[in-house]
Design a protein around this ligand. Sequence first.
Ligand SMILES: [Zn+2]
Length: 126
Amino acid sequence: MHRGSCLCGAVRFEVNGTLPAPDACHCSQCRKQSGHFFVSTDVPRSAVTIHGADHITWFHSSEKVRRGFCNKCGSSLLWDKPEKDWIGIAMGAFDGPTNTKIHIHVHVANKGDYYDIDDGLPQRLH
Ligand SMILES: [Zn+2]
């Protein structure tokens, strides 16, 4: 069981089972919404319990994707494509050890110019 929350604690969540290796997304939407690049783990919906869901505001960043953030403190928490049976959860929101590691960088064609990616992990342009 992994637990996490937004910064103010109004939104809390639990994930049953191990966390799949997250990806780091460098697209401009993820960078603008998170403030840097966005690292998230894609977990089965059935494994996730959310408390305080009424404090989540959803922003539709595209026709098929919505991004959930805490409407009290602004923490970026969720990346959701409702047609999928999984949901992306921001790694930074987890408490305690996550016991997982980033496995890939994606959308690096759109990365910011103010940092380098030099951890040796695979990089996908889109
Ligand atoms: Zn909050």
